[in-house]
Write a protein of this length. Structure first.
Length: 319
């Protein structure tokens, strides 16, 4: 690449949804404003946080000229990201969770990997942590360009790179040209659906075999929560991912993999609700049963589900 082009630093818009994460927010923001990449803007989207957190966002914006704050009524992480995208001015978009910590060179590595390969999306590895002394970022390694159906496998089936947002850099033009937005009806899997939609509208991604992001293991997070409205919407997210793969004529093995996850999600959620006293039973039990009936014959359920899951189907009379 020409040296003059190489030294040009395009603007990166960093979008951070914030909801009552004042305990970790300063640590996250410090990691973003102190990135080695020079040309960046940071957009904090306060999604209806309590007063203490909202005021902290304003204080941070006064401290750093590159930081702006948007306050909004609580509408969920998807609506916060959508508002952030409307405000973003950069060529590139990067999404960060407000309780996590990026490596100091994360943006540099993600931008360079796209520009060195003319890629459409860059992705890196990550580490999980509970305390900061557990964080160990990687040294720089070579990147790998990926095309075709392999991109879908990486986005959906690969747990190291997966459908997360915070380990990826997007090109805003592709998002705007294809009117891509986060599904505000989803509380879980909205990120994987967005990544998949983006990949379906582009041609290549670049994989960095480097851990450049630290994801905080939060015992109160969505992924560790019990049955709730949010966890139940994961089933709807799985359904939308599966439908998109069918629409895009994705490889059958990949469709089957996601279909299996969908069936497992339906069956487990139905079982939990059936034996619970939750007020959500009236709304969700018929909805889950309808989904099961609509999708159960697409592949051979007795081959794809475990004996235990099949037993739940028989027990709950949803087969």
């Amino acid at each position: 690449m020409d040296d003059k082009v190489k030294t040009k630093k395009e603007l990166v818009s960093i979008i951070v949804p914030v909801f009552n994460t004042e305990k970790y927010l300063i640590e996250c923001v410090d990691g973003l404003v102190n990135q080695s990449y020079p040309n960046k803007e940071l957009i904090l989207v306060d999604d209806g946080s309590k007063r203490e957190c909202a005021e902290l966002c304003d204080k941070i914006a006064l401290q750093y000229s590159s930081v702006t704050v948007v306050h909004k009524q609580n509408g969920g992480v998807s609506s916060a990201r959508n508002i952030g995208m409307k405000k973003a001015k950069g060529k590139y978009l990067y999404f960060c969770d407000s309780d996590d910590i990026p490596a100091p060179n994360l943006l540099n590595r993600l931008v360079d990997s796209i520009e060195d390969t003319n890629g459409d999306l860059s992705v890196c590895g990550y580490v999980r942590f509970k305390t900061k002394d557990e964080i160990h970022f990687s040294n720089e390694k070579d990147n790998k360009s990926v095309f075709g159906d392999e991109r879908l496998n990486i986005a959906i089936c690969n747990h190291r790179y997966g459908g997360y947002l915070w380990n990826k850099l997007f090109i805003k033009k592709y998002i705007d040209d294809n009117s891509l937005r986060f599904d505000e009806s989803l509380d879980i899997i909205e990120d994987a659906l967005f990544v998949l939609e983006y990949i379906c509208k582009t041609h290549s991604l670049v994989v960095l075999d480097e851990n450049l992001y630290a994801y905080r293991d939060n015992e109160f997070g969505i992924t560790n929560s019990s049955l709730s409205q949010k966890t139940l919407t994961a089933t709807i997210g799985q359904k939308k991912v599966f439908e998109l793969l069918v629409k895009e004529n994705a490889p059958v093995q990949l469709q089957k993999w996601v279909w299996r996850k969908l069936m497992q999600s339906i069956v487990v959620s139905y079982k939990k609700l059936f034996f619970s006293k939750s007020t959500m039973r009236g709304k969700w039990l018929p909805r889950l049963k309808d989904m099961f009936e609509n999708y159960k014959l697409i592949f051979n359920i007795r081959k794809e589900l475990s004996h235990k899951e099949i037993a739940y189907c028989i027990l709950l009379k949803i087969t």
